[in-house]
Write a protein that binds this ligand. Structure first.
Ligand SMILES: NC(=O)c1ccc[n+]([C@@H]2O[C@H](COP(=O)([O-])OP(=O)(O)OC[C@H]3O[C@@H](n4cnc5c(N)ncnc54)[C@H](OP(=O)(O)O)[C@@H]3O)[C@@H](O)[C@H]2O)c1
Length: 252
């Protein structure tokens, strides 16, 4: 279930930004920059653990376990933001944890780990897009970004490996584009973006930094600034964009 970890008084007519997976280092950087750019906006930060959530004026902090019941409870709690949401950033994603290690070769493939990648990286963001639809639709232009990854590009896959993570980000991209087609009919005010943040200095990528060429690793603040710039650009109803931190299109 969802609980309100910290509730600060907000202006009931203020534009709203939702950061889902707000414990993410990229998400936190985006949140800070949004706050600095738009001090009058309300920011709703949603994460699994209260201690990962920011607090302060203009921030509504909610916890979730990403279950259907929790998503429904949060949608009910957020009924008042309907028609005010201008930015949504879906940050959640996993590359490694106590159960998951990116596979190097076919012999590493296991059904439970591939399914776990798909559940967290693709299915949960799609369920959030389903849950948010009634809150986003309306006359106010709204930009929604999911944190994808270039390794989810089928056309760009020349190195192989990382089966589960790659497949989950490719699935995320397909779910996003399919959602964009339906949002195009039901919420044409919403534009959808799959964002490749680059290789970023966060816990998600930390075990793999040794193989990153010098000068390539980005800080969360750098890629968050690029993400917010991309989100400011107008989208085309009925189609999602897939772009990277340099603003270049990534092939699906
Ligand atoms: N760092 C990179 O180099 C890089 C490169 C390409 C793409 N990305 C993508 O960028 C996004 C943000 O990653 P980050 O680099 O900021 O890493 P991070 O700081 O480690 O954040 C991880 C995010 O994933 C969520 N998460 C982790 N395990 C989860 C689980 N079991 N169930 C639900 N949510 C879970 C966290 O949720 P809480 O907020 O609830 O803690 C948090 O939002 C991810 O989608 C990642 O795939 C990152």
């Amino acid at each position: 279930m969802s609980i309100s970890a910290a509730a600060a008084p907000v202006n009931a007519s203020a534009p709203v930004a939702l950061i889902i997976g707000a414990g993410s280092h990229i998400g936190r950087a985006a949140l800070s920059q949004l706050q600095a750019q738009q001090p009058d906006w309300e920011i709703v930060a949603i994460a699994r653990h209260a201690d990962a959530l920011p607090a302060g004026p203009g921030i509504r902090a909610l916890t979730t376990d990403h279950s259907d019941a929790s998503l429904q409870a949060i949608a009910a709690q957020l009924a008042d933001v309907r028609g005010r949401v201008q930015r949504v950033i879906l940050c959640l994603g996993v590359l490694h944890n106590e159960r998951l290690r990116p596979e190097k070769r076919l012999e590493d493939l296991q059904s439970d780990t591939v399914l776990e990648y798909l559940r967290i990286n693709a299915v949960l963001p799609a369920l959030w897009l389903k849950t948010l639809l009634p809150l986003l639709t309306g006359p106010v232009a709204c930009s929604v970004a999911v944190l994808s990854a270039r390794v989810g590009s089928i056309a760009d896959n020349r190195k192989g490996g990382w089966y589960g993570y790659r497949a989950s980000k490719a699935a995320l991209n397909m779910l996003l584009q399919t959602t964009a087609i339906e949002y195009g009919r039901r919420a044409p005010n919403v534009s959808l973006l799959a964002y490749h943040p680059g290789t970023v200095d966060t816990p998600l990528s930390a075990p793999f930094h040794r193989s990153v060429p010098e000068g390539v690793l980005l800080q969360p603040e750098q890629t968050a600034a690029c993400l917010l710039t991309q989100m400011d650009l107008p989208g085309t109803p009925g189609t999602a964009r897939f772009v990277d931190y340099a603003g270049e299109s990534v092939p699906w």
